[in-house]
Design a protein around this ligand. Structure first.
Ligand SMILES: [Zn+2]
Ligand SMILES: [Zn+2]
Length: 123
């Protein structure tokens, strides 16, 4: 799942804030990370050396925020084997033969329960 999420992950990060998101192919709900501020966002580097250090730090924090976003999104996303879209738990059904998104289930006249509900009931 993480690989699929990674492939469609949108990078909305700026120089100050790290932000990534994945959008549900069906309902359009966005999943990802909460915006994370770059730790040196308010501190412009004063020397060349600082610039190099901050650049490396930015890269490090960027990678970390990206990992968090992928992990969060992967928990909410499912791959529909019929329409090949990534859809969120609310739009994905556990069916008898093959799990698929709500839209495909309707098209193919399949019955199923949303992942989210099944998950809650299982608890
Ligand atoms: Zn959805
Ligand atoms: Zn589908």
């Amino acid at each position: 799942m993480k690989k699929l999420v990674e492939a469609v992950l949108e990078n909305l990060s700026t120089k100050e804030v790290f932000l990534f998101r994945v959008t549900c192919g069906s309902c359009g709900t966005e999943y990802g990370n909460k915006p994370i501020r770059f730790s040196k966002a308010e501190m412009p580097p004063t020397t060349q050396s600082k610039q190099i250090i901050y650049d490396a730090l930015y890269e490090q924090e960027f990678g970390e925020a990206r990992r968090i976003a992928i992990r969060n999104a992967a928990e909410h996303m499912n791959y529909c084997p019929i329409c090949k879209r990534l859809v969120c738990n609310q739009c994905f059904l556990i069916c008898d033969d093959l799990d698929m998104c709500k839209q495909c289930a309707a098209d193919l006249e399949q019955q199923g329960n949303p992942v989210l509900v099944s998950f809650l009931e299982a608890k």
